[in-house]
Write a protein that binds this ligand. Structure first.
Ligand SMILES: *[C@@H]1O[C@H](CO)[C@@H](O)[C@H](O)[C@H]1NC(C)=O
Ligand SMILES: *[C@@H]1O[C@H](CO)[C@@H](O)[C@H](O)[C@H]1NC(C)=O
Ligand SMILES: *[C@@H]1O[C@H](CO)[C@@H](O)[C@H](O)[C@H]1NC(C)=O
Ligand SMILES: *[C@@H]1O[C@H](CO)[C@@H](O)[C@H](O)[C@H]1NC(C)=O
Length: 424
C-alpha cells in the first residue's frame, strides 16, 4: 500500500505510471480529507437463550460483550498505517492539533478504535515507541445522547418513524416478511428467543452473535446452516434498506446520514473561507453510521461494512477547467472495506469522480438537512394513542396465533437498526 513511487516497478509498469502521472496531476493537489470508519473487530453484543457458548462468555470475551478485541486493535492499527501511506505527503510527519481533528462516538470500542488507528497514523504514538518519545493523540467525543453527528436520534424522531413505517408497510417489504414467516418461527425455536416486537432486529442480533463467534473459531450450532445465515443476512439487508433506502431515501437521510455529510461539506467550506490549517477530520463510528452515509450519498448497495471499513472524502484543487459553478475544487470518494486490496473509488450517482464540488453540493442537497434545522416533527397530528395502532403482542403464543391467521406481519413492528437504537 505504499505511495506510487517509481522504484521497484517493472519497465512496463514504469511506462504505465509515466503515462498516468499527468492524469493524477490533473486531479490537482489534496486540500482536505474526511474519513469515517467503523470500529474494529468486537465481541458479540448479546447472547441468546440456547447459545452453546453462553456459559463461556467471560472466558471468550474477557473485556465483555460489545468490546473491541485484540484483532480489532490490530485492524485499526493497519487502517492507520494505510492512511499514513496514503497521506504521507499531505499530513505533517507528526500530529498537529490544528491539522487533524478526531471525533468518536462515546463507546469504548469506537474510542479505542480511534486511538489504535492514530497509533498507526502517527509515529509518536506507535506501539513500541521508546517511552521518552511516546505521545498519545487526543480523541474528542460527546455524550451518546447529544451525538447528532455520528449517531442519529431516529428512534425519538416522529418524522423518521413515520417514514420508516411507510417503508415497512410497503408491499415489497410485507411480501418479503411473509415469505420469512416460517423461517422466523423456526428461528424462535432454534434460539429460544421471542421475536415479538422487533423480529428483524432480533434476527440481526442472532446473526451478529453467530458471525462473531465464528470469526473467533467457535463452532456454530447445528441449526445455523449456511442457508440459515444467508437468510438472516437477507433479513438484515431488508431492515437496513427500509432505514436508508426508498421510499423517501433523501428525507430519511436528512434525519440521519445527511447530517454527517453536511457537517463534512460545511467543515471544508469553513476551512477554505477562514483559511484554517485543518487538513483532516476523522470520525470513529459504527456500521450504521457508514450505512446512513452511504444512504445519503445514494451508494447503499446492500453490503454490510466490515470492521474497520473506511469511507473517505478527498477534496482537491482542480487544475484548468474553472468553468462551472463550484469552480476549482473536486471531491472524490473511496471506500476501503478490504485491507488486502486497493480502496474502491466510488462516484456519486450522476457525477463521475472526481466530482466538481458545486455539482457535489447540488446533487447531495436533497439528502442534507435544510439550513433552518432538522425537520424532526411529525407531519401527522401528534397521536397520543399511536401505540394502540400498532398492537404489541404479549408473547410467542399470541404471535403464532396471529401468524396462523396471516396477521402476524401487521403485529410485527419494524425493527430498528441496531445503531438507530444502540450502535454496533
Ligand atoms: C423447539 O421445538 C422442539 C420440538 O417441537 C422442542 O422440543 C424444543 O424444546 C423447542 N426449543 C425451544 C428452544 O423452544
Ligand atoms: C470540523 O468538524 C469538527 C467535528 O465535526 C468540528 O468539531 C469542528 O469545529 C469543525 N471545524 C470547522 C473549521 O468547521
Ligand atoms: C478558486 O478560485 C477563486 C477565484 O479565482 C479563488 O479566490 C480561490 O482561492 C480558489 N480556491 C481554490 C481552493 O483554489
Ligand atoms: C466491498 O464493497 C464492495 C462494494 O459494496 C462489495 O462489492 C465487496 O463485496 C465488499 N467487499 C468486502 C470484503 O466486504
Amino acid at each position: 500500500m505504499a505511495g506510487p513511487g517509481l522504484g521497484g516497478h517493472s519497465a512496463a509498469e514504469r511506462l504505465l505510471l509515466l503515462l498516468l502521472l499527468p492524469l493524477a496531476q490533473a486531479e490537482g493537489p489534496l486540500m482536505f480529507v474526511a474519513v469515517v470508519f467503523r470500529h474494529g473487530d468486537r465481541a458479540p453484543l448479546a447472547s441468546y437463550p440456547t447459545d452453546p457458548h453462553k456459559e463461556a462468555v467471560s472466558d471468550l470475551w474477557p473485556r465483555g460483550l460489545g468490546q473491541l478485541t485484540g484483532e480489532g486493535v490490530r485492524q485499526q492499527l493497519e487502517l492507520g498505517r494505510f492512511l499514513r501511506s496514503r497521506y504521507e505527503h499531505f499530513l505533517s510527519p507528526e500530529f498537529r492539533r490544528e491539522e487533524v481533528y478526531v471525533r468518536s462516538t462515546d463507546f469504548d470500542r469506537t474510542l479505542e478504535s480511534a486511538q489504535a488507528n492514530l497509533a498507526g497514523l502517527f509515529p509518536e504514538s506507535a506501539p513500541g515507541r521508546p517511552e521518552a518519545a511516546w505521545r498519545p493523540i487526543p480523541v474528542h467525543t460527546v455524550p451518546v445522547a447529544e451525538d447528532k453527528l455520528l449517531r442519529f436520534p431516529t428512534r425519538s424522531c416522529p418524522r423518521y418513524r413515520e417514514l420508516l413505517r411507510e417503508a415497512t408497510e410497503a408491499t415489497e417489504y410485507q411480501t418479503a416478511l411473509e415469505g420469512w414467516t416460517d423461517f422466523l418461527i423456526r428461528l424462535e425455536n432454534f434460539t429460544g428467543l421471542s421475536l415479538v416486537g422487533e423480529p428483524l432486529r432480533k434476527a440481526w442480533k442472532v446473526l451478529d452473535t453467530l458471525i462473531c463467534q465464528e470469526a473467533h473459531g467457535l463452532p456454530r450450532p447445528a441449526w445455523a446452516s449456511p442457508d440459515v445465515l444467508r437468510t438472516l443476512a437477507q433479513i438484515s439487508a431488508l431492515d437496513i434498506g427500509a432505514h436508508v433506502g426508498p421510499p423517501h431515501a433523501a428525507e430519511k437521510a436528512q434525519l440521519s446520514g445527511g447530517i454527517l455529510l453536511d457537517a463534512i461539506l460545511t467543515n471544508f467550506s469553513r476551512v477554505q473561507r477562514l483559511g484554517l490549517p485543518l487538513k483532516m477530520v476523522m470520525y470513529s463510528a459504527h456500521d450504521s453510521t457508514l450505512l446512513a452515509l452511504q444512504g445519503a450519498l445514494g451508494l447503499y448497495d446492500s453490503h454490510m461494512p466490515p470492521y474497520a471499513a473506511c469511507l473517505g472524502f478527498e477534496f482537491r484543487r482542480r487544475q484548468g477547467d474553472l468553468g462551472d459553478r463550484g469552480g476549482n475544487v473536486s471531491v472524490s470518494l473511496f471506500y476501503r472495506n478490504d485491507s488486502a486490496g486497493r480502496p474502491l473509488p466510488l462516484s456519486l450517482p450522476g457525477c463521475p469522480s472526481p466530482c466538481p464540488l458545486g455539482r457535489f453540493h447540488q446533487l447531495t442537497a436533497p439528502a442534507r438537512p435544510p439550513e433552518h434545522g432538522i425537520p424532526c416533527h411529525s407531519l401527522r397530528e401528534p397521536a397520543r394513542h399511536a401505540a394502540a395502532a400498532v398492537p404489541l403482542l404479549a408473547g410467542t403464543v399470541a404471535v403464532l396465533a396471529a401468524l396462523s391467521l396471516g396477521l402476524g406481519v401487521l403485529a410485527w413492528r419494524p425493527g430498528c437498526l441496531r445503531a438507530w437504537g444502540g450502535p454496533v
